[in-house]
Design a protein around this ligand. Structure first.
Ligand SMILES: O=C(O)CCC(=O)C(=O)O
Length: 165
């Protein structure tokens, strides 16, 4: 993160189209799409009406693995003004494996909403969500097995060489 190696309490992987990415402050090269993720991407695009060119995989081995409060509001995700007011990117989140609690918290009011994300569920964070809300998958003391989550995102070329978004 921002040029430093900081351990995260989960395993992460990045796949995407062939261009330059900047993810959480670091320039990265995404690995090419494996067939199963490409198929999932096309099906989610058809279902949602949004386009994605990048996916982040998070693997939570046990209840000790987690992701803290954050919004995926990096400028590289793009603004897509044609699709919505304000921050116009959608992020689609596909969950597989053990059910985990996913929390949303409104940035101003502090209102929270909890979802139990079951295997096979697809959560679409619509344009505006990253602007107004933060989200997290907290640690749990409940015995839970492995969960894998794929978040499909739009991303602009970090060099500005081409308009990928
Ligand atoms: O695992 C999840 O459901 C959320 C993942 C997430 O918040 C992220 O990749 O930014």
């Amino acid at each position: 993160m921002y040029g430093k190696l900081i351990p995260v309490p989960r395993d992460e992987s990045l796949f995407g189209d062939d261009f330059h990415y900047e993810y959480r402050g670091t320039q990265i090269k995404a690995a090419p799409w494996p067939d199963f993720l490409l198929e999932a991407r096309y099906r989610i695009q058809a279902l949602s009406g949004y386009q994605f060119n990048f996916v982040v995989g998070n693997r939570y081995l046990t209840g000790k693995d987690s992701i803290g409060w954050h919004a995926d509001d990096f400028p590289q995700i793009g603004k897509r003004p044609a699709l919505a007011e304000g921050f116009g990117a959608a992020i689609a989140s596909l969950s597989l494996g053990s059910t985990r609690k996913f929390k949303l918290r409104h940035k101003d009011s502090g209102e929270t909403i909890d979802y139990q994300l079951e295997s096979g569920s697809l959560l679409i964070m619509l344009p505006g969500c990253q602007k107004d809300w933060v989200h997290a998958v907290p640690k749990t003391a409940r015995p839970v097995g492995e969960r894998i989550n794929w978040t499909f995102r739009p991303h602009v070329d970090a060099t500005g060489d081409s308009d990928q978004n």
